[in-house]
Design a protein. Structure first.
Length: 304
């Protein structure tokens, strides 16, 4: 039993570290994405690369990492819950429902994503508010101050859950397809070309794992497919989360209203998919690093 208890903990730590490594790699792109998605008035006339150059000039190099502290506090439990829940849900779906093969990956991935989002959503809310601020116009002084302000000014606990609906609706296909694509590519790869793509696991020679560069590639493909499917909901979520900070907030109260508003104002390419190219640059390495780190941590912590 002691081994099993620690299995939970080790799995939790592996997922958390995987999440943190992935996010720190792409933090500057994350900041730029939030500034662009919600049309921040300092940077709204700029594109991705010009914003990446403009932020350090205006706010120093650390400006690119604004909101990253809040992100780490959120992403460790988020990654930990997501990866751990995925393993657990997969077992339950197999045992209880007798569903296996590719479908149970899709279901377990969606459920794991939703669980992680609901548990860590208030931290995401605070991070977005901090990342949207520009030097010299600070409304929130830091993480704790932002929590207090949102709680007192925006209706208590419900204030932290603005935009939860599009997040959950977008998370199901995003996490589902992400785990599904990665798991499927991994199992097909190891079955078809075990010598070319695989190597024995460090902690259990009987288990085959993907070579690191193959892992990165599979994680990247998984990220790209999942992103494309769920991106408009990501834009919707950001708009709703920033609600009180944006001038047109009364038009973005519900998910459907927000989707309609963004579509009418800015269209598909410049509205619903604004910042998508950046999201590929951001998400592909991020997913690749997340899955690869998790697979490595699984070996270090003897989870195979």
């Amino acid at each position: 039993a002691a081994r099993r208890d620690f299995y939970w903990l080790r799995s939790f730590i592996a997922g958390g570290i995987a999440g943190c490594c992935a996010k720190t790699t792409t933090a500057p792109l994350d900041r730029v994405k939030i500034l662009l998605q919600a049309h921040n008035h300092h940077y709204k006339h700029l594109g991705v690369f010009s914003t990446l150059c403009a932020v350090p000039k205006k706010e120093g190099y650390l400006g690119l990492y604004k909101g990253n502290g809040a992100m780490m506090i959120r992403i460790f439990p988020y990654g930990a819950i997501q990866f751990m829940a995925f393993d657990q849900y997969k077992k339950v779906i197999k045992k209880q429902l007798g569903i296996s093969g590719h479908v149970h990956r899709l279901m377990a991935g969606s459920m794991a994503g939703i669980t992680a989002v609901i548990c860590t959503y208030p931290l995401d809310m605070v991070r977005v508010r901090l990342a949207f601020q520009v030097k010299g116009e600070h409304k929130y002084m830091g993480i704790i101050h932002a929590f207090k302000m949102i709680y007192t000014k925006e209706g208590g606990f419900s204030g932290f859950y603005r935009g939860l609906m599009p997040t959950v609706v977008g998370m199901a296909p995003y996490a589902g397809f992400s785990f599904f694509t990665f798991g499927t590519l991994k199992s097909i790869g190891l079955a078809q070309a075990p010598n070319l793509l695989g190597r024995p696991s460090l902690d259990n020679p009987d288990v085959l794992v993907l070579k690191t560069h193959v892992n990165l590639l599979c994680g990247g493909i998984a990220g790209a497919i999942a992103q494309t499917i769920s991106y408009p909901l990501d834009v919707t979520r950001r708009r709703m989360q920033l609600g009180a900070v944006l001038p047109d907030s009364e038009k973005c109260l519900t998910m459907v209203q927000t989707l309609k508003y963004v579509y009418q104002q800015h269209g598909i390419r410049r509205g619903l998919y604004r910042g998508l190219s950046l999201n590929y640059i951001r998400c592909i390495p991020s997913q690749a690093v997340a899955f690869t780190t998790y697979e490595l941590m699984k070996q270090f912590l003897h989870l195979n």
